[in-house]
Design a binder for this molecule. Sequence first.
Ligand code: ARG
Length: 402
Amino acid sequence: MKRIVLAYSGGLDTSVAIPWLAEQYGAEIVAVTLDLGQGKELSDVRERALAVGAVRAHVVDVREEFARDFILPALQAGAIYEERYPLATALGRPLIARKLVEIAAIEGATAIAHGCTGKGNDQVRLDVSARAMQPDIEVIAPAREWGMSRPEEIEYARARGIPVPATVDSPYSTDANLWGRSIECGVLEDPWAEPPDDIYTLTRSPAACPDLPAYVEIEFEAGVPVAVNGVAMPLVELIGSLETIAGAHGVGRVDMVENRLVGIKSREIYEAPAAVVLHAAHRELEGFVIARDLERLKRDLGRTYADLVYNGLWFSPTRDAIDAFVAKVQERVTGTVRLKLFKGVCQVVGRTSPFALYDHGLATYDAGDLFDHRAAVGFIKIWGLPIETMTRKAARMSNAEC
Ligand code: ARG
């Protein structure tokens, strides 16, 4: 009998997908639910999958793997899509694909399935990632095929005794993991409409934030954040604690219109308090310890890296190669960054590193200045020579015309 491994969230779509796949493909369905730090109670998800017809249901905590193998490389690369989106959802997809393919091999399944629709980026990320690892695997996306409207889907569920959660009335489509949360649909589809405050769950409205700022010191060792305010923590906990502090000060909200891979512009709301703070800190420290040309090159590659992640090309030689470059740069990214969090704003207010290229003697305007002011004269002469030459030439030509 055909066996399909389904990425099961516990929500309505993937609950309906279990009997739908079983009926359409005459298959056994194995449900897989991953804990990526979405913060949802997963205790009864196994029972739910079995109740709607899965033959087996696995629940796997992959938070550490997610942080180490996906979030950290993206942080170090400075991967922020279109200058705003720290890529939480996009980074989760290749890991989900990896787990589905691994479990399919263990289960002897020839196909995997997921709940994505045919309109977004997530289907691309899951399908391409799965086939990058196992080119022969069949990838099925029921919601892309079944052609049911929302009411029809609810009817389908009721007819089969699938419990329809009360939250199905929520007009929003959300996705969450350790690195942040994305919110789409409903009133948010009007790019002119301000998002209602109740869509946010990780961040406090700036108006309701404390009147005193919080200071956070993040310590990095070779590009890895290792401690917050002097307390050493493993990465998963560190991200969690920054989420709490930054969220309480309203930091991490993003409202943007982004370019989807499938050619659509879409209005997206993100809350990513930990990601916003960590990217700000990491970027600051890196810039403090590497030279200008390398810093520029690194930023350009960060944009390329973000595009790769966004566009579903995580498992690609291009990303491997950029990772090697980024790893080389991280060797010097050791030190501490001090940030001020206040009513929705995150500001770097201090940085220190044993590798700092900042030299007080060169930078100061006070006594102790070591910069050779006289050397500037010759430098400027040669630097401006091409411009000066053009002006002289233009003057000669217009004189000749008279
Ligand atoms: N636009 C974002 C992205 O492409 C978020 C997608 C949210 N996905 C979801 N299934 N709700 O990464």
